[in-house]
Ligand binder design. Structure first.
Ligand code: PAF
Length: 284
């Protein structure tokens, strides 16, 4: 992979990387479409990264659908698939990690200790190996995207991080490889995340800016769904992911909800009209 990347760089080609853990869905394919607009070659990676799963998480049962994933990538016109073995990425004695402080400890980081250290480390390694000019991530994982952008900035990486919109099912459920875990009843119930975000959006449109009031709306909608158990439902600053008391700057409404045993996340980006232009630079 390194040799191929070096050749492409020597030919002044613009390399795009779409890192994935496989179990590809339309969300991934839209990242590839976007990458194809900017880059040639477009390289996709499939690697179920053991370092970003906690000891009681779903690493062993994470959907692995390599054959159909490779077909989808070929059909999507990807130029190369990078699918290393875990032992190549983490050889014996591996001990260097990337930690983005602060941002990594909140929300997802609080519920999943060590998760973002695993993500930042593997993404850093893939950026080193593939040397892409652009790398593409989905905004469903807004905190992850922000952490990767912070890492790229702080460590002077030569890759521009591009964050692409959330892709949803017609009923609003955000696409995720973990949706495959849901049974029919849970799949139906899982729309509650989108319904809660839409309820918050309506309150915002009606002029509500108080975070507690918005949170109460989220909890009311989520609490009415019997299969749902809230991990967090918060309004956070879009730059720091710290909770806010009032929506005056760009923010995210962020949700992590168990539907049955499956933990799903979703978010809504809010850019209040009254935010100053200095604050809008984070727009993806
Ligand atoms: O979002 C994902 O699928 C993963 O966290 C990533 C970025 C591919 C790193 O393993």
């Amino acid at each position: 992979m390194k040799e191929r990347a070096r050749e492409a760089r020597a030919e002044n080609r613009v390399i795009g990387l779409v890192p994935t853990m496989g179990a590809l869905h339309r969300g991934h394919l839209e990242l590839i479409e976007r990458a194809k607009r900017d880059c040639s070659p477009v390289i996709a990676s499939i690697f179920v990264n053991p370092k970003q799963f906690g000891p009681n998480e779903d690493f062993s049962k994470y959907p692995r659908t390599f054959e159909s994933d490779s077909e989808k990538l070929q059909q999507a016109g990807v130029d190369a698939l990078f699918a290393p073995e875990a032992a190549e990425i983490y050889p014996a004695g591996f001990s260097a990690y990337v930690n983005v402080e602060g941002l990594s400890e909140r929300l997802e980081g609080r519920s999943r200790p060590g998760h973002f250290r695993g993500v930042a480390t593997v993404v850093m390694k893939f950026l080193q190996i593939v040397q892409p000019h652009f790398a593409y991530f989905g905004r469903k994982d807004a905190q992850q995207s922000k952490i990767i952008m912070q890492m790229a900035r702080d460590l002077n990486l030569d890759t521009e991080i591009v964050v692409c919109p959330i892709v949803r099912e017609p009923d609003g459920l955000a696409l995720s490889s973990r949706n495959a875990y849901l049974n029919a009843e849970e799949r139906h119930a899982a729309t509650v995340l989108h319904r809660a975000l839409e309820a918050a959006r309506n309150e915002l449109a009606a002029g509500v800016r108080d975070a507690l009031q918005l949170q109460a709306v989220l909890h009311r909608v989520l609490g009415a769904e019997r299969f749902a158990r809230v991990d967090y439902a918060e309004i956070v600053d879009a730059k720091t992911f710290e909770p806010v008391t009032r929506v005056g700057k760009p923010c995210y409404v962020v949700l992590a909800v168990f539907v049955g045993k499956t933990r799903l996340i979703d978010n809504l980006y809010i850019e209040p009209k009254e935010a100053s232009s200095d604050d809008l630079e984070i727009r993806f």
